[in-house]
Design a protein around this ligand. Structure first.
Ligand code: CP
Ligand code: NVA
Length: 301
């Protein structure tokens, strides 16, 4: 792997290799002998808020022997309009790797192409690949295997998480059901491309139908970063698309409930369901660290 720009751009073998290495790194945390980022300084360029991604990368880079430099876009010239093309060519001569959280997927792709350094997508409007790798690790730990998996995503299926799930299902060949309002369906062209790549994706307006017999129930915020002005309208549109007791009752008896966080109780998930599944959800958050250490290690190998 040269970069991690999306789940779409990975092969099944790359995804599985990353999860396997993440498991090993998790089991040996604090006992590592190899420091693949020794002597390196990695930059974190963030144009959106973050708790998990920022901290897990800063800690992970240090644990791999490197140093992390946090660059908020509001504090560098990027935020005042300096083009991404120039930012990439400057930083590529100074730092050894880049972790970027921004709006446009094309900005990450441009940065990767022009900087000449390993570049990681730490969330764009289109994909959140680091989260999916941690989620797949968590599902292997909790469910035992990814084979024959049935995942139901309830909520904004056209956000970065919905789209990354579509590509994870396409690459690994598991069943994905999306439950969302008509207006928030991913584009038909995207679904067609994922299906052509082997994905089995169904879309429904009914959360309980999507949840029926599912092994994993997954949700994300109704109002993604950058969509704040639409908050009131979205909240009205998504009211039915909540993981609650009825949706959990429709799933497989031992179904796991996952959430990428941050969570808004009473909106995309009830407080009761969240707390009953909190152990799994926070295991998922911890796995960000292990999965991203695996990604950075593979980018250096
Ligand atoms: N799940 C996730 O990416 O969390 P942060 O926005 O806190 O980084
Ligand atoms: N879809 C959410 C994910 C947050 C981790 C957002 O983009 O805000």
């Amino acid at each position: 792997m040269q970069h991690l720009l999306s789940i779409e751009s990975l092969t099944a073998a790359e995804i599985l290799k990353t999860i396997d290495l993440a498991k090993k790194l998790k089991a040996t945390r604090g006992m590592e002998t190899s420091k693949p980022l020794a002597g390196e300084c990695w930059g974190l360029l963030f144009s959106k808020s973050s708790t998990r991604t920022r901290v897990s990368f800063e800690v992970g880079i240090r644990e791999l022997g490197g140093e992390a430099l946090f660059l908020s876009s509001s504090e560098i010239q990027l935020g005042r309009g300096e083009p991404i093309e120039d930012t990439a060519r400057v930083l590529g001569r100074m730092i050894h790797g880049a972790v970027i959280r921004t709006f446009k997927q094309s900005d990450i792709e441009t940065f990767a192409a022009l900087s000449g350094i390993p570049t990681i997508n730490a969330l764009t409007d289109e994909e959140h690949p680091c989260q999916i790798l941690a989620d797949l690790l968590t599902i292997e730990e909790l469910h035992g295997s990814l084979d024959g998996l049935k995942v139901a995503f309830i909520g904004d299926a056209d956000c970065n998480m919905g789209r990354s799930w579509i590509w994870a299902a396409a690459r690994l060949g598991f069943e994905l059901r999306l439950a969302c309002p008509e207006l928030y369906r991913p584009p038909a062209e995207l679904i067609a491309r994922a299906e052509a790549a082997g994905g089995a994706v169904t879309i429904t307006n009914d959360p309980e139908e999507a949840a029926h017999g599912a092994d994993i129930l997954y949700t994300d915020v109704w109002v993604s970063m950058g969509k704040e002005e639409e908050a009131e309208y979205r909240t009205a549109q998504f009211t039915r698309y909540q993981i609650n007791d009825s949706v959990v009752a429709a799933a497989a008896p031992k179904a796991h409930v996952l959430h990428c966080l941050p969570a808004y109780r009473g909106k995309e998930i009830t407080a009761e369901v969240f707390e009953r599944h909190a152990d799994a959800i926070f295991q998922q958050a911890e796995n960000r660290l292990h999965a991203q250490k695996a990604v950075m290690t593979l980018l250096k190998s």
